[in-house]
Design a protein around this ligand. Structure first.
Ligand code: AMP
Ligand code: MG
Length: 410
């Protein structure tokens, strides 16, 4: 048996980021940038007003109030001004409109006769009731982004705000990593798909659906290959059919243990090379890994639904993130105070847990009155859980109140 860390390192060593594609910006959410983006333009590209108000010479307003100025222009957003502001004059200006020549500040409507009732004001004049300083309510050219500035680095996953910044600099197409294709094959003579009638001794194939959803959640494209029976012939045929569909990663579930019909290991060895098949982990000790035809990594997940999903989080999620071009695959985690005692026996234990926040920090429990939480076939325990407490292999006992590491599932 090898350690969790050795197993994960072995898997990641055989994985490289997938190839690139160039997509319209609107299709790039959650894609990973393949090249660093350097702006060629200033944003904003011209000085403009931050308020609806009057563009003026700030020095004019440093006097006793009210001050009367003559209105010489009305500048909407999107229009280049033609008039120059000189002492004693002002231009009405809207938010986002370019600053006219000569003006160095904007006084907002609220501080002028525009808002403050002033019956004596002529229609072509504005009365100021306050002073402003040079630069007030003016957005400078390049104050957000400067030409030549690195705005996003290669390896960065594009979030909505990143998409917005790329739009702001006029980047219509973006070079990103394509979505990795992940084949998912369930194995087992007892499995029945969702639309088939169920006979005595048969169970529903839930793993394939959980795994397809996890692949989507972590940014891959699932290829659901259905069910292979527990024979070398059927498993071999289904694996070869999957490989013909240009997959970047192959997942199987079940058939990796020491039972009579556990043929995944044999087929993996025959169709490629097997690197390991047991990891010091709980749940999910049977976990196979190898390369099919020398190139496509195959992760043979355990059959028990809980063990399969926990192993997915630990081993498959980082593999998918690395395929996608990401540079970091640490699982989001918090430290939390344990509600009860925990015992452990030499393997790294990922315990289903419920974590919540109190005034003094996070708390966590691995017990529930309504669900049998730690059975590795109790799939509802993962519906109940929002985290996994990680108990290191070196720890045999944790008293109540211990601080433990909790992976956040949501
Ligand atoms: P195995 O590793 O093949 O011995 O399977 C371990 C357990 O997982 C058995 O109880 C199987 O019935 C169950 N199992 C295997 N594949 C699936 C699946 N696709 N969906 C739900 N349970 C499964
Ligand atoms: Mg089986």
């Amino acid at each position: 048996m090898i350690s969790v860390d050795t197993a994960l390192n072995t898997i990641l060593q055989s994985i490289q980021a997938v190839s690139l594609e160039t997509l319209p910006l609107s299709q790039c959410l959650h894609r990973v940038l393949a090249e660093t983006v350097i702006s060629t333009v200033n944003v904003p590209s011209f000085a403009n007003s931050a308020m609806d108000g009057y563009a003026i010479i700030a020095a004019d307003s440093q006097t006793s109030h009210p001050l009367r100025l003559k209105i010489i222009a009305n500048i909407p957003a999107g229009v280049a001004p033609t008039q120059t502001i000189r002492p004693g004059t002002a231009a009405r200006i809207m938010t986002g409109a370019p600053m006219p020549m000569g003006a160095d500040a904007v006084i907002r409507f609220e501080d002028t006769s525009e808002y403050i009732p002033t019956p004596d004001a002529a229609t072509d004049e504005v009365w100021l009731y306050q002073a402003v300083s040079a630069g007030d309510n003016v957005r400078l050219a390049g104050e957000d982004i400067q030409a030549g500035q690195v705005i996003l680095a290669a390896g960065h996953e594009l979030r909505p705000q990143d998409i917005g910044v790329l739009a702001a600099i006029g980047q219509a197409n973006v070079t990103v990593y394509r979505r990795p294709r992940v084949a998912i094959l369930a194995t087992g003579d007892e499995l029945v798909d969702l639309t088939e009638a169920i006979a005595p001794g048969k169970i529903r194939n839930s793993n394939e659906y959980t795994q397809a959803a996890l692949v989507q959640k972590y940014g891959g494209e699932p290829l659901m290959l259905g069910i292979a029976r527990d024979t070398v012939a059927d498993l071999t045929a289904k694996i070869r059919a999957g490989l013909a569909q240009q997959v970047d990663l192959f997942l199987t579930s079940a058939g990796v243990s020491v039972g009579d019909f556990d043929v995944v290991k044999d087929v993996l060895a025959a169709e490629g090379e097997m690197q390991f098949w047991q990891v010091a982990i709980k749940p999910g000790k049977p976990l196979a890994f190898g390369l099919l035809q020398g190139t496509v990594p195959l992760i043979g997940l355990p059959g028990n639904p809980v063990a399969a999903m926990v192993a997915f989080e630990i081993f498959v999620r980082p593999a998918i993130l690395k395929l996608r071009g990401l540079l970091n695959w640490d699982k989001p985690m918090v430290w939390a105070q344990l509600d009860e005692e925990i015992t452990n026996s030499g393997r790294r234990h990922y315990m289903r847990a419920s974590v919540w926040q109190e005034a003094n920090g996070y708390h966590v429990t691995t017990r529930s009155s309504s669900v049998r939480v730690q059975g590795s076939a109790i799939l509802t325990s993962l519906v109940w859980a929002n985290g996994l407490v990680v108990v290191p292999e070196t720890v045999t006992y944790l008293p109540p109140g211990s601080m433990v590491q909790v992976w956040l599932l949501d």
